[in-house]
Design a protein around this ligand. Structure first.
Ligand SMILES: [Zn+2]
Ligand SMILES: [Zn+2]
Ligand SMILES: [Zn+2]
Ligand SMILES: [Zn+2]
Ligand SMILES: [Zn+2]
Length: 317
């Protein structure tokens, strides 16, 4: 029982203590009591909004108002200078120091030449005071020459070679990247059929490796192919012909584009595969030209025309 009373007293005491220290002063903004001058700092006060606490702080002195400085001593690289002038506010003679100037270092004179692998040293002299200092000259690094091939790279394995430093003769072994296979045109084993890619056997011209490839004929546009300019051109024409309403910006051939191609094919007696084979693309172009009265310019043809050399005008005779 006694223990319980003791605990209760302890709790009440703790609560009272926390009440007393709970007030954290909340000050209003600073109020200037005395303005600063160039000889005396100013004073400012702020007061707590809910008790009688206050705080005081100095306001930094103003700089002297000197209009004309006289240099009493020019600074050098070893000694500070000085200047003086009258303050028009307090009428005193004000003396200030002028900081030392930087040493004027000369160009580096080489003391020890750097090599491929170690730093050199040099010396610089101040033209003002004659002081000297030692400076580091960075190491040069090796000057490796062209790679001399020791083992040619193939499309099966990396090659290797050697490089030699023209200064110190140090050699380093380098690896030569593996070559890419160079596939030939291949032999078609199955022609592409509608939505289904064909297959062909191709052979590497360098190593003779054989591989089976799945393919659509050159110029065919199909779902999930790499986004390209040709897809954008086709989507624009299908949009103009009212078969496509999807996005055009990215050049992605997605499901919506496939459906638009299929609708176009079905409307023009072509097999509705959704794959834009050359026959379908020709039909899209001719339908578009007929509907719009414009001429379709193939992106590739347009690039070739831009890169073609300009005709040289015949000289007048
Ligand atoms: Zn307070
Ligand atoms: Zn003054
Ligand atoms: Zn100096
Ligand atoms: Zn070297
Ligand atoms: Zn190969």
């Amino acid at each position: 029982m006694k223990k319980k009373v003791f605990m209760l007293c302890l709790l009440i005491f703790a609560l009272m203590a926390s009440c007393a220290s709970a007030h954290e002063c909340s000050f209003g903004s600073w109020r200037v009591k005395r303005q600063p001058t160039c000889t005396t700092p100013g004073i400012k006060f702020k007061y707590c909004v809910s008790c009688d606490h206050w705080e005081q702080a100095d306001i930094r002195k103003l700089p002297h108002a000197v209009d004309n400085w006289t240099i009493t001593r020019e600074p050098t690289c070893v000694q500070e200078g000085g200047k003086q002038g009258m303050c028009s506010t307090c009428n005193s003679l004000i003396r200030y120091r002028i900081e030392k100037i930087e040493h004027a270092w000369s160009e580096t004179v080489v003391v020890k030449e750097p090599t491929c692998t170690s730093h050199g040293t040099g010396e610089q002299t101040c033209s003002g005071c004659g002081r000297k200092k030692t400076v580091n000259i960075p190491k040069l690094g090796h000057d490796m020459g062209e790679t001399v091939v020791k083992k040619e790279a193939t499309c099966k394995a990396k090659g290797s070679g050697e490089q030699t430093c023209s200064r110190c003769g140090r050699t380093a072994q380098v690896s030569i990247a593996r070559l890419e296979h160079e596939w030939n045109e291949g032999t078609v084993t199955k022609e592409p059929q509608g939505k289904t890619k064909g297959t062909r056997e191709v052979e590497c011209l360098l190593c003779g490796e054989k591989r089976t490839e799945r393919f659509f004929h050159e110029g065919t546009l199909y779902e999930d192919m790499k986004p390209c300019e040709e897809v954008i051109r086709m989507q624009e024409m299908l949009r103009d012909l009212d078969f496509y309403r999807g996005s055009i910006r990215s050049g992605t051939f997605g499901n919506q584009t496939a459906k638009a191609v299929q609708r176009f094919q079905e409307a023009h007696d072509l097999p509705g595969t959704g794959v834009a084979d050359p026959a379908t693309l020709d039909k899209i172009v001719s339908e578009w030209e007929r509907a719009t009265g414009k001429t379709h310019v193939d992106t590739l043809d347009a690039e070739e025309m831009e890169n073609a050399p300009e005709a040289i005008p015949a000289e007048e005779g």
